[in-house]
Structures are given as C-alpha cells and as structure tokens.
Design a protein around this ligand. Structure first.
Ligand code: GUN
Length: 299
C-alpha cells in the first residue's frame, strides 16, 4: 500500500493557498489595502527563473499584488541595495524576496540583511534567524516551514524521536533544525564533513535530505518506518529523458519508510504556499491589523 506512504505536498499546499486567499480577502476588505510581494531576480539562472515565474503566478492567484524586478547579471551591489531600500519604504510592498543564488560579485548576506525584518518573507534576516532560534515568533524560511507543516500532519510532538537533517544551509538545513527542535525532536545535522553519514541517518525517525545530490540516500541508510522529507530538486538525464529526482532514492526507500515526500509534488509546492503565507503574516502588522490565529494552517 505504497500510496498511503506518500505525503502529498500538492494537496497540503493547495489547502494553505486557499486559506491564504480567504484570509487575504478578509484583510483586503477590512483595510482596503492589498498585500504586495516584491520578487527580485538577478541574472538568468534557468532554475531561478522557473521558481520566480511560479512564485509570481501563485501570488496573483491568491489575490495579492506582485511586484517584479528582473535585473541584469551585471547589476552592482550598490544598485541592488538601492532597489531593496526603495522596496523597504514602499507602502505597496509588504514582502520582499531576493532570489538566491546572487552572482558572485554581490555579497548575499549584505543584501539579505538590508531587507527590513518585517518585510523579510524569506526569514533570512539575522533578526528573524535569531528569533527563530530563540523560540520567538518570526518570519520562518519557506522551505523548512513547509517541511515542518508536512511533518506535523503525521506527528505534532516529536518527543523521544531522532531527527536527522542532511545539509547545513541557511535556507533549509539550519532553520529546519530549529523547527524540529521546537517540536521536541533530538536533532542532528549532517554535512559534507560528517564521518559515516549512513550510520547517522540509520538512526533517524525523521530524515530530512537537503543536499542537492541526486538520489544520495539509499534504502540501506533508512531505519524501518522512518519518515522521509526530501527537499532535493535535481534535474538529471535518464534514458535520454530529462527528469526531476530528489536527494533520496525514492524507489529504493519507499518500501522501508513509513512516509515519504515525492519529487516532484512533495516539498516543492509547499515552499511557494509558505511564501504566500509569510506575505500574509507580514501584512497584518504593516496594515495595523491583529494577526489572526493561524494554528489551523501551521499544524
Ligand atoms: N533559492 C532557493 N531557495 C530559495 C528560497 O527559499 N528563497 C530565495 N530567496 N532564494 C532561494
């Protein structure tokens, strides 16, 4: 009964977007103001272009305004800072997202920290990172937030459970650790310098793979009954066809796990839904409104 094992991110993300649209509609009616999400894309990284296109489409679908800045690869750091400063002051913009990666001549940390924390819908600003790790309310990075919502569909409390994350990025691995810790899991982060990753993973009741290496996690790495969250989106060629695969060898691991997110259709759609959720969450205080109880979405 492998269908029962699949965590369908398409269904959960559609529910979130529906709720965001409903609540957003009420907010617009009550205040006469529409939440606006500004997306800044530098250069023409093909994957980033696809992500940004999807983000813009979905933003419009929930009834929010989309503000787009597509900039040349050669834009200077100074020019980019000027754009961020303008968006920070723009009353029509409640959320700002600068798509990563940025070209090498631009210091990403400097740009991300320039975004006003209250408009930082990516949750990458040092103030939001600090709040997350302190257990305070903050804007939380979209991909790990989406993963945590999927895990909560299975179990809200991870007391006594081992969670292992492969990957220590600021975008996924580190914030994911904070969220799993908040759910009472015992958390381990593995990375390229970890000795014997396989043995560490074998101990995981919840395994989150976020490394960007196609099908790295094999069934021999998995504990019987583990919950697998696959964050990887890797484009590979197989039998002369271009396909998407995760960081987990899905076909191998399906038998052994109790639950698994597919690629595509698992974590991917959750990221965009959570971006819209964050845009809504960022909008309430900026419009002078009380944030309603969103625990029905977040749990
Ligand atoms: N690049 C890959 N993932 C992300 C993300 O969640 N936010 C931004 N801004 N860039 C990304």
């Amino acid at each position: 009964m492998s269908e029962n094992k699949i965590i369908d991110g398409k269904i959960v993300s559609a529910e979130i977007r529906k709720k965001v649209k409903e609540l957003g509609g009420e907010l617009i009616k009550n205040t006469g103001k529409t939440p606006g999400l500004a997306v800044v894309l530098v250069g023409d990284n093909p994957a980033s272009r696809v992500y940004v296109k999807n983000k813009i489409e979905k933003t419009k679908e929930v009834g929010f305004n989309s503000i787009e800045h597509k900039l040349d690869e050669k834009v200077t750091e100074k020019e980019l800072i000027k754009i961020v400063d303008k968006l920070n002051e723009d009353l029509n913009v409640q959320g700002i997202l600068v798509q990563l990666p940025l070209p090498n001549h631009i210091n990403s940390d400097k740009i991300l920290d320039r975004i006003k924390p209250e408009k930082d819908v990516d949750g990458f600003h040092a103030q939001n990172v600090g709040k997350l790790w302190s257990g305070l309310t903050s804007l939380v990075p979209c991909t790990p937030l989406g993963c945590s919502i999927l895990v909560k569909k299975i179990s809200k409390d991870l007391s006594g459970k081992n969670a292992v994350i492969i990957g220590r990025s600021n975008i996924v691995g580190k914030p994911m650790a904070a969220l799993l810790l908040e759910m009472n899991a015992t958390v381990t982060i593995c990375h390229s310098r970890t000795r014997d990753i396989e043995t560490v993973c074998k101990d995981a009741d919840i395994l989150v793979a976020a490394v960007g290496i196609p099908e790295m996690v094999k069934s021999s790495w998995i504990k019987d009954g583990a919950v697998i969250i696959d964050v990887g989106i890797n484009r590979i060629e197989r039998e002369e066809k271009k396909i998407l695969v995760g960081d987990v060898d899905y076909n191998e691991c399906l038998d052994k796990c109790s639950k698994i997110t597919p690629v595509p259709g698992g974590v991917g759609p959750m990221t965009i839904a959570c971006l819209l959720l964050n845009t809504l969450l960022a909008s309430y205080p900026q419009f002078g409104e009380q944030t309603p109880d969103l625990s029905s979405i977040l749990e």
